[in-house]
Design a protein around this ligand. Structure first.
Ligand SMILES: NC(=O)c1ccc[n+]([C@@H]2O[C@H](COP(=O)([O-])OP(=O)(O)OC[C@H]3O[C@@H](n4cnc5c(N)ncnc54)[C@H](O)[C@@H]3O)[C@@H](O)[C@H]2O)c1
Length: 310
């Protein structure tokens, strides 16, 4: 019999790719997302999945949705790194408290495993050593990162106290088709959208900030591997393991995608870390997961999608 998995926040960018991959793995996929959430990202698989409309902040909706589920993927977030400091109360209430309700529901419903997509770009803060391993100190510089880390810690507590099985995947910077270019998360989609619409690109700082960008279709494959993983290790970086500065990315746009555009540099922001490159060898060892798509190939796919859809 097919195993049932439910993806909270599954109608978004990352969730749509995870749903696609889990369907390929022959799982029965249910997506839980907001009432009136756009279904654009999942329109091509709507006939293959179940969709539950609900509010992640409503305990009744959560408990109802967990019935008959085997696996849970938690992707809901009500905040973004850049804006989370404006209202930390909201961040904690809507993300941390609701996650606790979800984990209680998972214990009561005998869920086999919870996979939580955390943020490898924010939980570590400014790195002491690159590439960053999973046991690197965690000193987030924004509320978003603190909340993600708190959710991780509570998962660990629920694991110890209540036997809840879980895996935490600390995603670096995913990019690819269906990323919303108008949010303050997802630099590559945002820049390519601006270029398509002939707008000047604005960069915070001098463009030397380094990030670890991985192609989302690769990242999505880590979830199924996490379901299978019985290694006893619970936290994994999911990343390319390679860093690119914003200026290097702009250079790729010029050389690989043959694009022309204008750039304006703005003052840097306090909560942006200078560099973030994640060591992904633990995921290779225990999950047998590795990034497969070259940066050039991923950029070409993303540009093609933006040209056709945005
Ligand atoms: N995109 C990134 O760069 C990145 C990097 C690391 C971690 N993450 C984390 O991965 C997760 C998914 O990111 P994404 O880029 O796919 O985001 P997204 O905004 O595309 O998707 C999130 C989904 O959650 C849904 N949602 C929000 N509040 C809800 C609520 N109260 N009830 C039900 N559904 C709700 C939204 O409708 C949306 O479909 C988030 O937790 C994010 O913090 C993202």
């Amino acid at each position: 019999m097919k195993e049932n998995c439910i993806i909270y926040g599954g109608a978004g960018f990352i969730g749509s790719h995870i749903a696609e991959d889990l369907l390929l793995k022959d799982m029965k996929v249910t997506i839980f997302d907001k009432l009136n959430a756009s279904k654009k990202n999942i329109a091509h698989i709507l006939d293959k999945i179940d969709f539950i409309e609900g509010d992640f902040n409503n305990e009744v909706d959560i408990n109802r949705s967990l019935k008959n589920m085997d696996h849970v993927i938690h992707l809901v977030s009500s905040t973004l790194p850049a804006s989370s400091n404006l209202n930390p109360y909201y961040d904690v209430e809507s993300n941390l408290i609701s996650s606790l309700h979800l984990f209680d529901g998972c214990v009561n419903s005998n869920i086999k495993k919870v996979v939580f997509i955390s943020s490898g770009g924010t939980v570590y803060g400014n790195p002491i050593k690159l590439p960053i391993k999973e046991d690197h100190p965690t000193n987030p510089l924004n509320s978003y990162g603190i909340t993600k880390l708190s959710i991780e810690k509570y998962l660990s507590l629920y694991g110890n106290l209540k036997g809840l099985k879980y895996k935490i995947l600390r995603f670096a910077n995913p990019y690819g088709e269906r990323q919303n270019p108008l949010l303050n998360q997802g630099l590559i989609a945002h820049l390519l959208y601006k270029i398509k619409h002939k707008q000047t690109i604005e960069i915070w700082g001098d463009g030397k900030a380094v990030r670890d960008y991985f192609y989302i279709k690769d990242g999505a494959k880590a979830i199924y591997r996490a379901f299978l993983d019985n290694s006893g290790n619970n936290i994994y970086n999911i990343s390319s393991g390679t860093g690119y500065s914003i200026n290097q990315i702009l250079d790729k746009f010029r050389r690989v995608l043959k694009l022309k555009f204008r750039v304006k540099y703005l003052p840097s922001r306090k909560f942006d870390v200078k560099a973030n490159i994640l060591d992904n060898r633990l995921a290779a060892k225990h999950l047998n997961w590795r990034p497969e798509t070259s940066f050039n190939e991923g950029l070409k796919n993303t540009w093609r999608y933006i040209i056709d859809n945005q």
